[in-house]
Design a protein around this ligand. Structure first.
Ligand code: PEP
Ligand code: MN
Length: 345
């Protein structure tokens, strides 16, 4: 249910409603919009129906939330969410999150060199996997905690927030100790225990769409994280399985405006995993910006043939610089802005 407050509702009235609803064993989510305040009431549907919500002072009306995802829906919050990623970087509401870096962290020297080059091109979030979800148990599994330490050190030196994947609820604590943003990979989008665990974290979560997940599945998974108390959720389209094997996955770009119609969370697009083909990444990156994405996630490697993971889809640093330049021009036309490249001195 959503409690719509009168424009004249006072802070005391809001606190009173929150206290009483919480006493009934229900959860509240207060959303202060520019026009008025809404209080979402979440929990047992029978309890909600029998609660005297209309009777509280300051209430204008009480409405059901029609969507199965409640906290993620625009009914609950009309304005787009803006998520603070640290180091002064934000995503959502016109702020673009330009994520770049190698698929896997391989060594400090290599991550630093890739990080410096993508930062110079305007990337504002550094990525690198320390725990890799590989189809084969014999493939490279990542550097683990040692890799996380490298990511933290390079991110700090470059002044960039970092993002890395967490695969297991038991890893959330250690990943959160070193990284700024927790990535939930496509294969774990419906790992509900993991979603509950990151829901209790204070770190922003980038939730990737599962390869066979519908938009509704994705939003329901986001709801798990939001329901745990973590409001900083960013969605990521990375392509879905298709009958057509000419690309690694099928990039569903319509998902961006589709999700934004009903959900206030930022949406970024990952053309690297969606296409698996470097020659398709520039055009799909531009299309992502044009579709209204709040960011673009691209894998970059200085020597793809030596990459421990996803080398064939990596862009070279100079190719990344070029696509960033093109995206910057497009974003400008669309009234959004991508961080400026650093001018070499
Ligand atoms: C990744 O970002 O390296 C990754 C494994 O992505 P996905 O979960 O989308 O396959
Ligand atoms: Mn990858």
């Amino acid at each position: 249910m959503i409690i719509v407050l009168k424009p004249s509702a006072t802070e005391e009235q809001i606190d009173h409603i929150v206290e009483k609803v919480t006493d009934l064993g229900l959860r509240t989510d207060v959303s202060k919009g520019s026009a008025r305040t809404l209080i979402g009431v979440i929990g047992d549907e029978d309890k909600i129906r029998s609660a005297p919500l209309q009777a509280f002072p300051g209430v204008e009306k009480v409405m059901p939330i029609l969507k199965p995802y409640k906290l993620a829906s625009r009914e609950m919050q009309e304005e787009p969410s803006v998520v603070d990623l640290g180091h002064g970087v934000k995503v959502g509401g016109g702020n673009l999150m330009m994520i770049a870096g190698p698929c896997a962290i391989e060594s400090e020297e290599r991550l630093r060199s890739i990080g410096e080059s993508v930062k110079a091109s305007g990337a504002n979030v550094l990525r690198g996997g320390a725990y890799k979800p590989r189809t084969s148990p014999y493939s490279y599994q990542g550097m683990g905690e040692e890799g996380l330490k490298i990511l933290q050190s390079v991110g700090n030196d470059l002044g960039m927030p970092t993002i890395t994947e967490v695969m297991d609820p038991r890893q959330v604590h250690v990943v959160a100790e070193y990284a700024d943003v927790l990535q939930i990979g496509a294969r774990n989008m419906q790992n509900f225990n993991l979603l509950k665990e990151v829901g209790e974290s204070k770190h922003p979560v980038l939730l990737k769409r599962g390869m066979s997940a519908t938009v509704k599945d994705l939003l329901m998974s986001a709801e798990y994280v939001l329901a745990g108390g973590n409001k900083d959720v960013i969605l990521c389209e990375r392509g879905v399985c298709s009958f057509d094997k000419s690309t690694r996955n099928m990039l569903d770009l319509a998902m961006v405006p589709n999700v934004k119609e009903t959900c206030h969370l930022p949406v970024v697009v990952d053309p690297s995993h969606a296409t698996g083909r470097p020659e398709l990444i520039p055009s799909m990156s531009l299309a992502s910006v044009a579709a209204g994405a709040d960011g673009v996630h691209i894998e970059v490697h200085d020597c793809p043939e030596e990459a421990m993971s996803d080398g064939p889809q990596a862009l070279l640093p100079e190719q990344y610089a070029e696509v960033m330049e093109q995206m910057r021009k497009l974003a400008e036309v669309l009234g959004r802005s991508i961080p400026e490249p650093l001018v070499a001195v």
